[in-house]
Design a protein around this ligand. Structure first.
Ligand code: ADP
Ligand code: MG
Length: 243
């Protein structure tokens, strides 16, 4: 085991509300960890602390052995190392698909326009939307936009990819095309932390399932063990509603 993302006794409050309670979690290199749990349990906040979109009150987070930088160029580099894909696709609306995938490469990774374009087209091809490169995001379906968002994150050569409910905003027929891309990444050995309600994906792609409720990690297990033999009452109750 080669720990890549390590959270150690992380606590986070929003005002009086304690939303992350002593969270300790390690994602090893090449591992796929799926986080599930009821709405409001702190899953998004957990993701957001890892690339410092949220600060933490206590505890520590390290990526590849380094503490999260507070600000400046070091923070920009960290964010490039941690690819993030959200529920809402968050593409730059006034840039083409291709520009969406080249921009970070030229600005943060300082690649030449030619290198960035080559890499972008490779990744757009990989996620199956190379033929949409010249279009504006609004001209694409939701599933296509989310695949562009994945390509954009991958273009930075991240060490780890975080996905926060990447298919929750999609029409049902588009969910599979995004999950397929994610499964491909998992098969290729990408380190991934995935928040999702797609239990089929969790069973197939996860090395480990982490069940969160009310700001705590309640249960952690291999997917088959978790889905077939959950031990906590909260996990049993949650699974009875979603399976
Ligand atoms: P989940 O992703 O599991 O649904 P979240 O991490 O989004 O949960 O939220 C956990 C709790 O923190 C919720 O009660 C939510 O209302 C609260 N919360 C999230 N973000 C903020 C914020 N920026 N300000 C105040 N409360 C927040
Ligand atoms: Mg959420």
């Amino acid at each position: 085991m080669d720990p890549l993302v390590v959270l150690d006794r992380v606590n986070k409050h929003f005002g009086e509300q304690h939303v992350l309670k002593d969270i300790s979690l390690t994602v090893s290199r090449g591992e796929v960890v799926v986080v599930i749990g009821p709405s409001g349990s702190g899953k998004s906040t957990l993701c957001r602390t890892i690339n410092r979109l949220e600060t933490i009150d206590s505890g520590s987070i390290t990526i590849d052995g380094r503490a999260l930088p507070a600000e400046g160029a070091a923070l920009a580099r960290l964010r490039a190392d941690v690819g993030m894909v959200f529920q809402s696709f968050n593409l730059f609306a006034h840039k083409t698909v291709l520009q969406n995938v080249t921009l970070g490469q030229t600005v943060v990774r300082r690649r030449s326009a030619a290198d960035a374009t080559r890499r972008a087209m490779e990744l757009l091809d990989r996620v199956g939307v190379a033929n949409q490169a010249g279009k504006m995001p609004a001209q694409l379906s939701g599933g296509q936009q989310q695949r562009v968002a994945i390509a954009r994150a991958l273009a930075m050569d991240p060490q780890v990819m975080l996905f926060d409910e990447p298919t929750s905003a999609l029409d049902p027929e588009m969910i599979a095309e995004v999950l397929d891309v994610m499964e491909g990444l998992a098969d290729d050995g990408m380190t991934m932390l995935v928040v999702t309600h797609e239990m089929g994906f969790a069973r197939k792609a996860a090395d480990r399932v982490v069940f969160m409720a009310d700001g705590e990690i309640v249960e952690e297990a291999a997917p088959d063990a978790f889905f077939d033999r959950p031990t906590s009452s909260r996990a049993k109750e949650f699974l009875s509603k979603v399976l």
